[in-house]
Design a protein around this ligand. Structure first.
Ligand code: AMP
Ligand code: GLY
Length: 430
C-alpha cells in the first residue's frame, strides 16, 4: 500500500504514533511540529517546523507533500479547526472536526451533552459565567468541588477543594478566572484511562491505562501533563471490575452515538478519563485525542497496522477484527527537567546510558551536535514491556534511572507497592 500520512504534533505521543505508522511498508510519513523532535525527525521524509495551530501553513504543507491522511496528535489544532480545513483540502483525518472536538475543548458543552442525553457517569455540575453565580454556588454546596476553567488548560487549570484549595481558596480562584468555570462535585476514587478508536459509528477500545498526574512520588506536588503510566497484561486494571469496565465502555459508546445523533459525529481517538468511585466509574473528562503518556503504552502493544486503522476510521469501516494488542504489561516513565512543572531547568544536557533497556520516545528535547538538552516540558519517555508488571517496571526504571543530567522521574510508577495502595484505596471505598 502506498500512502502518505502527515503526523501533526511533536511530543512523545506523536513520536509513538509515528513509530506505529512507520511499521507499515509503503507508508511515507511527514510531520508538522513547533519544535524539532529528534525521534520523529528520524522517521519522516519531511518536516514543517511550525506551530500546529497555524492551520493555513499546515494545509499548504499537506498539499505540497501530497498527504492522503493526517493524524492529529494534540488538542490545540483540533480546536483551531485543522480537521475541517484539511478535509476540505481532500486530506482524510484521524481526529474530530472543530464542532466534535468540543467534547474536550469546551467542558460546558461536554457536561450539558451528558446531562441532556442522560449519559451515565456525569457528576453534579454547574456551569458559571459570572463571579456572583460561581461564588454563591460554592458557598451553598455542602461538599467539595472541582473548579475547572471552561476552555483548554493543558490539564493544569483544575483546582480540587479539599486537596489544593479550601472553600476560600476556591472562591479566590473563580474570581481570578472571571467566573467562567465549570464547578463539579469532587469525585473520590481511583482514576483510569480508556482510549478507543472510533469512526463515528463503531468504537474499538484499547487496553486500560493509569496515568500519574502529580509531579512527585506518592502522588504529591503540582499537577503535570502526566509523569508516566502503566497497563496490565490482561488489558484491564486490578481495581476495575468487569462491571466497572462495561459501564465505562457503555458510556463511551453512548457518547459516540449521541454525537452522531446531534449531527456532530466524532471520529478519531476518544479518550475517556474516569474516576472509579464507590458507585462505579464517573467521567472526569473526555479528550478528543490520544493521551500523553497513555498513547505510548497502548501503541507499543499494538500488533495490527495503525495505517490500516487510519484507513478504516476515515472510511467508516472500523471493526474490532482489525485491532489487536499484545498481552503484555507496559510501564512508561517520563524523564523531566528538574523543577518541572513550576520552574523547569532549560538547556541542561542529559545523556542516555542504557538505551536498549526500554523503548525510547522523545518529547520536548533539543538535539544539537548529537547531544540532548532539556526544554521546558517533559523531556523523553521510556516504555518497558514485560510479561508481568514487575518486569515492565524493571526495564523502564533501568533505562530511566541511568539517565545522567539534571533531570528526574517518578520511581514509583508501575511498582507493585503503588499498585497495591491503589487496590486498597478502592477496597476501602467499596
Ligand atoms: P482535567 O484537566 O479535567 O484532566 O483534570 C485534571 C485532574 O484533576 C484530573 O486528572 C483529576 O485528578 C482531577 N479532577 C478533575 N475533575 C475532577 C473531579 N470532578 N473530581 C475529582 N478530581 C477531579
Ligand atoms: N495524560 C493526560 C492527557 O493526555 O490529557
Amino acid at each position: 500500500m502506498d500512502m502518505k500520512i502527515l503526523v501533526v504534533g511533536g511530543g512523545g505521543r506523536e513520536h509513538a504514533i509515528a513509530v506505529a505508522l512507520s511499521r507499515t511498508m509503503g507508508v511515507d510519513l511527514f510531520s508538522v511540529m513547533a519544535k524539532r523532535n529528534p525521534g520523529i525527525s528520524q522517521i519522516v521524509k519531511k518536516t514543517l517546523l511550525q506551530k500546529e495551530t497555524d492551520v493555513k501553513r499546515v494545509i499548504e504543507f499537506a498539499k505540497t507533500v501530497g498527504a492522503d491522511y493526517a493524524f492529529i496528535g494534540p488538542e490545540a489544532p483540533l480546536e483551531a479547526g485543522i480537521v475541517d480545513r484539511l478535509e476540505h483540502a481532500g486530506v482524510a483525518c484521524v481526529g474530530p472536526d472543530r464542532a466534535a472536538a468540543r467534547l474536550e475543548t469546551d467542558k460546558a458543552f461536554c457536561r450539558e451533552m451528558m446531562e441532556r442525553h442522560k449519559i451515565a457517569g456525569c457528576p453534579v455540575f454547574r456551569i458559571c459565567h459570572g463571579v456572583d453565580d460561581a461564588v454563591s454556588f460554592i458557598k451553598d454546596y455542602g461538599g467539595d468541588l472541582a473548579i475547572k476553567p471552561i476552555g483548554l488548560t493543558g490539564g493544569k487549570g483544575v483546582r480540587i477543594m479539599g486537596e489544593q484549595v479550601d472553600r476560600a481558596g476556591a472562591i479566590a480562584y473563580v474570581k481570578q478566572m472571571g467566573g467562567n468555570v465549570v464547578l463539579e462535585e469532587r469525585l473520590v476514587g481511583e482514576e483510569f484511562t480508556l482510549q478507543a478508536f472510533t469512526d463515528g459509528a463503531h468504537l474499538v477500545p484499547m487496553p486500560l491505562v493509569q496515568d500519574h498526574k502529580r509531579a512527585y512520588e506518592g502522588d504529591v506536588g503540582p499537577n503535570t501533563g502526566g509523569m508516566g503510566s502503566y497497563s496490565m497484561p490482561d488489558h484491564t486494571l486490578p481495581f476495575v471490575t468487569h462491571s466497572d469496565y462495561s459501564a465505562a465502555l457503555g458510556i463511551m459508546r453512548s457518547v459516540v452515538a449521541v454525537m452522531g445523533k446531534i449531527g456532530q459525529p466524532f471520529k478519531g481517538i476518544l479518550y475517556g478519563q474516569f474516576m472509579n468511585t464507590s458507585e462505579g466509574p464517573k467521567v472526569i473528562e473526555f479528550n478528543a485525542r490520544f493521551g500523553d503518556p497513555e498513547a505510548m503504552n497502548v501503541l507499543s502493544l499494538l500488533t495490527s497496522d495503525l495505517s490500516d486503522i487510519v484507513v478504516s476510521i476515515t472510511e467508516g469501516s472500523l471493526s474490532s477484527k482489525g485491532v489487536s494488542f499484545e498481552n503484555a504489561a507496559t510501564v512508561c516513565k517520563y524523564i523531566v527537567p528538574e523543577g518541572y512543572p513550576d520552574a523547569p531547568n532549560i538547556g541542561d544536557q542529559l545523556t542516555i546510558e542504557n538505551p536498549r533497556a526500554a523503548l525510547l520516545y522523545y518529547a520536548n528535547v533539543d538535539e544539537r551536535g548529537g547531544q540532548l538538552f532539556t526544554q521546558s516540558s517533559r523531556t523523553l519517555a521510556f516504555v518497558g514491556i514485560g510479561q508481568t508488571l514487575e518486569e515492565a517496571e524493571k526495564k523502564a526504571e533501568m533505562a530511566a534511572s541511568t539517565v545522567k543530567g539534571r533531570v528526574r522521574h517518578r520511581k514509583d510508577i508501575g511498582t507493585t507497592g503503588l499498585l497495591s495502595k491503589r487496590c486498597n484505596h478502592m477496597k476501602e471505598l467499596r
